[in-house]
Write a protein that binds this ligand. Structure first.
Ligand SMILES: CC(C)(COP(=O)(O)OP(=O)(O)OC[C@H]1O[C@@H](n2cnc3c(N)ncnc32)[C@H](O)[C@@H]1OP(=O)(O)O)[C@@H](O)C(=O)NCCC(=O)NCCS
Length: 188
C-alpha cells in the first residue's frame, strides 16, 4: 500500500509506473489501526455524532444537537447488543469511528430503510480527514457487520456533503432522495 516503488521485472517498467499511480490514491495509514468499538468509546461516539449531525450548511450548537432525540438515538444506550462499531486509533488516541445500529419503524432515523437494515454513521476528527481513515473505517465496519450476519446497511447523507462520493465508491446505491439529502443502501 502507499507509494513505494517496487521493481517488477516480469511486467516491465510501464506497468510498475501504473502500479505506483494506482496505489498512490489508496489510504496510507501505516500508523492508524482499527479496533472494535467498546462501551468506553461512548464519549468519542457522542462528540463524533455532533460533528456528523452538524452540517456546515445549517450550523447548530453542540447543546442543541445533543438534546435532539433524532441525533441522540444514534448513540443512546451504546452499545446495544446488535450494534457493530469500529474505531480508528493513532497509537491509543481515537481519530475516527464507524458504526451501524438497527432502528425501529417508530424511531424514524434519517437513513431508515427497514427494521432489518442497520444504519451506518461515520466520522473522522477534523484534523485527520482526507488521509484515508474514512475509507479504512468503512471497509472495517462493513467486514464486522458481515461477520455479524448483517446483509445490508443504509445511510443518509446531506446533498452537498462530499462523503456521498465515498459511499458511492464503496458500492452504496441511492434508494431515495429529497431536495436536501440522499438515502443509500449497500449489499454486503
Ligand atoms: C466523511 C468522512 C468520514 C470521510 O473520512 P476521511 O478520512 O476524510 O475520508 P478519506 O480520507 O478516507 O477519503 C475518502 C473520501 O471521503 C470524501 N472526503 C474526503 N475529505 C472529506 C471531507 N473533508 N468532508 C467530506 N468528505 C470528504 C472524499 O470523497 C474522499 O474520496 P477521495 O479521496 O477519492 O476524494 C470525514 O470527512 C468526516 O468525518 N466528515 C464530517 C462528518 C461527516 O460528514 N460524516 C458523514 C455524514 S453522512
Amino acid at each position: 500500500m502507499g507509494t513505494h516503488i517496487r521493481a517488477i521485472p516480469e511486467i516491465g517498467s510501464g506497468a510498475a509506473l501504473l502500479l505506483v499511480r494506482t496505489t498512490a490514491r489508496l489510504p496510507t495509514m501505516a500508523d492508524v489501526t482499527i479496533r472494535p468499538a467498546t462501551a468506553d468509546d461512548l464519549p468519542f461516539l457522542l462528540e463524533t455524532m455532533v460533528e456528523i449531525a452538524n452540517s456546515p450548511y445549517y450550523r447548530r450548537t453542540r447543546e442543541d444537537l445533543l438534546a435532539d432525540p433524532r441525533v441522540r438515538h444514534y448513540v443512546e444506550g451504546w452499545p446495544r447488543p446488535s450494534d457493530v462499531g469500529v474505531i480508528a486509533v493513532r497509537g491509543e488516541r481515537p481519530v475516527g469511528v464507524a458504526w451501524v445500529r438497527f432502528f425501529g419503524e417508530d424511531e424514524r432515523s434519517d437513513g431508515f430503510v427497514s427494521e432489518d437494515i442497520p444504519e451506518l454513521a461515520v466520522g473522522v476528527d477534523a484534523a485527520e480527514r482526507g488521509k484515508g481513515a474514512g475509507r479504512l473505517l468503512m471497509t472495517a465496519v462493513h467486514d464486522a457487520a458481515r461477520a455479524a450476519g448483517i446483509r445490508r446497511t443504509s445511510l443518509s447523507v446531506d446533498r452537498p456533503n462530499r462523503a456521498a462520493e465515498m459511499y458511492l465508491a464503496q458500492g452504496y446505491q441511492e434508494v431515495r432522495s429529497t431536495e436536501n439529502s440522499r438515502v443509500m443502501v449497500l449489499e454486503l
